[in-house]
Structures are given as C-alpha cells and as structure tokens.
Design a protein around this ligand. Sequence first.
Ligand SMILES: Cc1cc2nc3c(=O)[nH]c(=O)nc-3n(C[C@H](O)[C@H](O)[C@H](O)COP(=O)(O)O)c2cc1C
Length: 200
Amino acid sequence: MKITIITGSQRKNSNSKFVGLNLKEKLDQNFSDVSVESVCLYDAQIPYWDEDKYSDKEKWAAWSKVSEKLAQSDAFIFVVPEYNGMVPPMMTNFFLNADQGELSHKPALLVSVSAGINGVYPISELRAYSFKNNKVCFIPEHLIIRNVNDILNKEVKSKEKDYINERIDYTLPVLVEYAKALKLVRESQAVKTDKFGFGM
Ligand SMILES: Cc1cc2nc3c(=O)[nH]c(=O)nc-3n(C[C@H](O)[C@H](O)[C@H](O)COP(=O)(O)O)c2cc1C
C-alpha cells in the first residue's frame, strides 16, 4: 500500500513540511506494508491552473510527475496550514489540477497546522467543497496541530503534545483501514467514472 503525504505550505522551511516528515516517520516505523511518498507543494512548483495544462507538456511537467505519484497511491495525508483563515492558494490549485481521477474514491486524512490556537478553517474549507470533482474521500477523523512550534520542538514537553501524539497514533491506523476498504470500492463495478466524471 502506498500513502502520499502532500504538504500545502507556501513557505520554504514550513512547519507543515516538518509535520509531514514526522507523520512519514511514524508510518515508516509502524506499518511495514505501507510505503510513503511525500509531495511538498512549495518544492514541486506546480503552475497555477490555466488552459495550457492540456497542451503544453513542458510547462506542466511538474504537475505530470505529481499526478503520476497520486495515481499510484492508495491514500493521502494533506498537511495544510491556515493562512488568514483560509487554505493556501497552492493547496487550492492542487485540488483544481487533480482532475484525472488521481484521487478518486481514495481516502485522505486532513491535518491542519497553526502556530497559534486556530487551524479549524482549512479543515472546514476542504471538507466543504474541494472533493467535488476529484472525488477524494476525506475520512471523518482529522488532526489539528495547534501551537505547532512547541509541538515540533523536541525540548518542549507538555500534555498537549502527549495528546497530539496519542491522537496521531490513533488516527494513522484508521486511515490505513480506510485505504484497504476503499480499494474494494474502486475495484467494484459500482464506480463509473467514465459516465459520471463530475460530482453534482
Ligand atoms: C500568510 C500567512 C497567513 C497566516 N494566517 C494564519 C491564520 O489565519 N491562522 C493561524 O493560525 N496561523 C496563521 N499563520 C501562521 C501559521 O499558522 C504558521 O506559519 C504555521 O507555521 C503554519 O504555516 P507553515 O506550514 O507555512 O509554517 C499565517 C501565516 C502566513 C505566512
């Protein structure tokens, strides 16, 4: 099984990227049958969607590479910072571009990141609409990593940190089970992406 972790920050050395690396480490340590790939949207430099996407292969080479990785994945983790209460544009652009079934009927865990005590808005925004045409299945569990600088700082010990780690350890196996279950859905005759490509 392959899980791809997508980090949606627009900052070079982002906390989201480090959260993603920590999640990868936990998956690598605890699930011998799961291979983990990472896509950092800052590093990937995917162009903003335009009509050239379907004709200019060179301009869109970065996306093609990401798209291939997604197509080979069984599940996703989206690590998304809150920017002025919103999802960063690069993350929105990602969902706009994922229009070739790469994410369809595959489970995804949402993880939001805040340097303060916020972080709920990106979860609400993504759950509200972003799945419509790409048909990604956000699982009911999500994670909100508040006070992320403390959470990532190895020197800091706190009840909040213990709780977040416990919560992560609970949530990752849930995602893995959804990945097993939704594989059956994709393999079934019920899914007719050719006929009903777009959501209502
Ligand atoms: C443009 C911008 C807007 C931000 N707006 C918010 C916000 O609305 N709520 C919040 O909790 N943190 C906000 N932050 C701080 C982030 O929580 C902080 O940068 C955190 O480390 C997660 O982002 P990162 O992955 O880019 O590091 C903002 C940061 C930036 C760069």
